[in-house]
Design a protein. Sequence first.
Length: 222
Amino acid sequence: MKNKIVEIVGLAGVGKSSLASVLLALDPSMVEGRRISVKEIVQSPFLLNRVLKTIPQLSWQMRCGDRPTVQVTKDFVYANTWDHVLREQASASKSCVLVDQGPIFKLATLHGFGPEILRKEHSRWWWDRTFDRWTDSLSTIVHVVAPEDILGNRVRRRSKFHVLKQMDAKQQSEFFLIYRNSFEFVINEFRERKKVSVINIDSSFNTVDETAMNLLNEINQR
């Protein structure tokens, strides 16, 4: 596999990280997608220029009555810069770059929990520009799903903190619904552009090893 960027996406508890770990172990030619640090952005004139282009987007948001939070600002910066970093990594490694909770996750989070303006029609220009940029970078989206009751149980069994642990059943369902709708919105936008393939997997049917093996075969065929 060469010059592919594959992102694994899905709700909390579907097993994205476990699946990614097994895939990386099964295929040594795969590499884990790089994350961007503030230091890397500051030291790169190209990335810094991309960040500066985020300022008008944040100003536009403020003019519309929304004050961007630190997290929203970070998500905008990721949306504007991360594609360049992953493309460089794929080109340099000549292999498949595997990303767990990457740009699709960031865009879904912005759509579902970001500024209200991003869910209005007059933000369409920003979405189109962002989707077009990422369409030229991503090759495959692996959308992992599982029944909601299984997701909740998996998250609660984890030792690390997750916001779902503080929610009752109703709040948890609402949280999942927002993310599910936002993933659907983002993935459909990529599907309509016909350059990014989408693989759907239910993680509740097989073991993670079986799922990873089947997925690896499918990725190799695309």
